[in-house]
Design a binder for this molecule. Structure first.
Ligand SMILES: C[S@@+](CC[C@H](N)C(=O)[O-])C[C@H]1O[C@@H](n2cnc3c(N)ncnc32)[C@H](O)[C@@H]1O
Length: 232
C-alpha cells in the first residue's frame, strides 16, 4: 500500500493552504469561526482572556504566545487589546499563520480590531527562554507567557479533526513541553499560562489557579515575586 503523502503547502486563490490526501486547511481570521468569535466571542469574559489576567486589568497585559500554531489564541488576545508576540518554530505552520495575518491586515474591519498589536516571529521559544536576557522575548517585556503545546493523542476511536491530524503529521507531539514550561518559570516572567486538555493533569506542579474551559483548562503559574505582591 502507498504511504500517505506528507502535508505540503500550496498557494491557491490568493491564500496559503496546508494540503494532505485528506483535505486542506488555511488560516482565516476574517471569516469562518474566527470572524464569528471576533464579533460575538464573549470579549474579556472568555476563559483565555481571564487566564492572562485581562479581565479587570487597567492596562492589557503584554503576552508572549510561545506556541503560536495557527495563531487563534494570539489573535483573540490581540483583538481584545493585548500586545502579543507570537512565536512559532515550525516553518510551514509559521508560513500559514503569517499568510492569515497578512490577509487580516488587508481587511479593514479586522485590521481595525487588531491594530498593530500582533507580531509573529519564527523561532524556537525554548532556545529564547534558555538565553532569556538576550532574546526577542525579553525585549518585548512580557507580563505573561502563554503556552499551548500539542495535546497528547486522544484515546477515543474517533479521528481528531483534520487540522489536528495535519498538525500532528507535521510537528509531532512537542516532546519538550515540560522543558519549555520549566524554562518559562525560570525566566522570571510574572505569569505563565498553560492550556491543557480538561481531563489531564497539570504539566508541572505549582499551579496557583486554573480557569476551566469547555474541553480545555488554563493553568496559571506565578513567579514568586508576583505571588508575594498578590498576598500583600
Ligand atoms: C497546539 S499548537 C498551538 C495552537 C495555538 N494556540 C492556536 O491557537 O492556533 C502548538 C504549536 O506550538 C508550536 N511549538 C511548540 N513548541 C514550540 C517552541 N518551543 N517554540 C515555538 N513554537 C513551538 C508547535 O510547532 C505547534 O505549532
Amino acid at each position: 500500500m502507498l504511504e500517505p503523502a506528507a502535508p505540503r503547502l500550496e498557494q491557491t486563490d490568493g491564500r496559503l493552504f496546508l494540503v494532505s490526501d485528506d483535505g486542506r486547511v488555511c488560516v482565516d481570521f476574517v471569516e469562518g469561526s474566527m470572524g464569528f468569535r471576533r464579533r460575538h466571542g464573549g470579549g474579556r469574559g472568555q476563559a483565555v482572556a481571564k487566564a492572562v489576567g485581562l479581565k479587570g486589568a487597567k492596562t492589557p497585559p503584554r503576552v508572549v504566545d510561545a506556541t503560536a500554531g495557527l495563531g487563534r489564541d494570539a489573535f483573540i488576545l490581540a483583538s481584545l487589546g493585548c500586545p502579543v508576540l507570537a512565536i512559532e518554530r515550525h516553518q510551514d505552520i509559521h508560513a500559514l499563520c503569517a499568510d492569515g495575518l497578512l490577509r487580516a491586515q488587508q481587511d479593514p474591519e479586522t485590521a481595525a480590531v487588531l491594530g498593530a498589536r500582533l507580531q509573529l516571529h519564527q523561532g524556537d521559544a525554548l532556545l529564547y527562554l534558555q538565553d532569556y536576557p538576550a532574546s526577542p522575548i525579553a525585549s518585548f517585556q512580557p507580563d505573561v507567557l502563554y503556552l499551548d503545546p500539542m495535546h497528547p493523542p486522544r484515546r477515543k476511536s474517533a479521528l481528531p479533526r483534520l487540522e489536528m491530524r495535519l498538525f500532528r503529521d507535521l510537528v509531532g507531539e512537542d516532546l519538550d513541553q515540560v522543558e519549555l514550561l520549566q524554562a518559562a518559570l525560570q525566566s522570571g516572567i510574572p505569569r505563565v499560562v498553560v492550556k491543557r486538555p480538561a481531563n489531564q493533569d497539570p504539566l508541572m506542579p505549582g499551579v496557583v489557579s486554573s480557569i476551566p474551559g469547555k474541553t480545555t483548562r488554563f493553568d496559571i503559574y506565578l513567579a514568586s515575586r508576583e505571588r508575594k505582591r498578590r498576598v500583600l
